[in-house]
Design a protein around this ligand. Structure first.
Ligand code: ATR
Length: 280
């Protein structure tokens, strides 16, 4: 039941209809007995800044931010935590009552939680990691691996200058997409952080066979759960990590940022999301 005191939060992106975040957060809200609603917001590029500005004061408690707004979300905030600053991108905005906007980045936590869960024994310190893409998702991943002690983060992107902008900030090496095979050589992990595979964005064609047999392959896209990218990795007998594990992993600290308490541990949100993904 929605009341006059209901706390509002949500996720903003474009496209957004595919997002599983509302399924996760609303299930947690119900289980925790919190009077709250978590809704999807599809906003155009030109209206994003005015949309965010209009929420100052806290009529909406907080937002998760997804493609393609993570970098702009950080620039619109008044304050940012270290994780967001290091990533140069934010996937969480909290609207304080005094009108300020606080940014955080929980994508990196989600990414590392997903590896811990689905690739047990994976050690980010053990070798180079290759990240495909140079948007906000890629920045969050690069910052997380760097903070976890990875000795070389390789950023591979269609537009190499964007990859370079990340390595200028965090170190590591930038590659054009045509040099993906060189970036995959001796990599302990390859992470797809491009929007390729999302509706209308085309597919990513990279030579996964250039990765070592022990390389772990991850895709941030989770619809379908086994993306063509992950299916190719599995055909090559690589261990894989799916984007749904990361989504849940970033949603837990996001929930805490919005409501000041961790989500109830006894809700199987992965199963709920899987059921919804299969129904589509
Ligand atoms: P976000 O900030 O949320 O990560 P983004 O800034 O739109 O979103 O980033 C999308 C990423 O996917 C970019 O790295 C983009 O490459 P460019 O920087 O060259 O634009 C990448 N991308 C999108 N579609 C792609 C495709 N079909 N093949 C390869 N890369 C693609």
């Amino acid at each position: 039941m929605i009341s006059g005191a209901t706390l509002l939060a949500g996720v903003v992106g474009n496209p957004i209809a595919h997002s599983m975040s509302p399924i996760l957060h609303n299930a947690w809200l119900a289980a925790a007995g919190i009077d709250g609603v978590y809704a999807p917001f599809r906003v155009t590029e030109e209206r994003f800044a005015s949309f965010v500005d209009g929420l100052r004061g806290g009529s909406v408690r907080g937002l998760n931010v997804t493609i393609p707004f993570k970098e702009r979300a950080l620039s619109l905030a008044d304050r940012a935590g270290d994780r967001a600053t290091m990533a140069g991108a934010a996937n969480v905005l909290v609207f304080e009552a005094d009108g300020t906007i606080v940014a955080d980045n929980t994508d990196g936590l989600g990414l590392l939680a997903a590896f811990a869960e689905q690739a047990p024994g994976f050690d980010p310190k053990a070798g180079p990691v290759a990240i495909l893409g140079a948007g906000g998702g890629a920045r969050g991943a690069a910052a997380a691996f760097t903070a976890a002690g990875c000795r070389e983060v390789r950023i591979v992107n269609r537009t190499q200058a964007r990859a370079q902008a990340i390595t200028d900030l965090l170190g590591g090496e930038a590659f054009g997409l045509h040099r993906a095979a060189a970036a995959f050589e001796d990599a302990i992990a390859v992470v797809n952080a491009t929007s390729a595979g999302l509706a209308g964005e085309g597919q990513l064609d990279v030579p996964l066979e250039a990765t070592p047999a022990a390389c772990v392959v991850m895709d941030m896209v989770y619809k379908p759960l086994v993306t063509p990218f992950l299916a190719r990795a599995r055909a090559l007998e690589r261990r894989t990590v799916d984007g749904l594990a990361m989504l849940v992993g970033q949603a837990i600290p996001s929930f805490e940022a919005f409501y000041g308490q961790p989500p109830p541990a006894d809700v199987d949100v992965r199963a709920l999301a899987l059921k919804r993904l299969e129904a589509r």
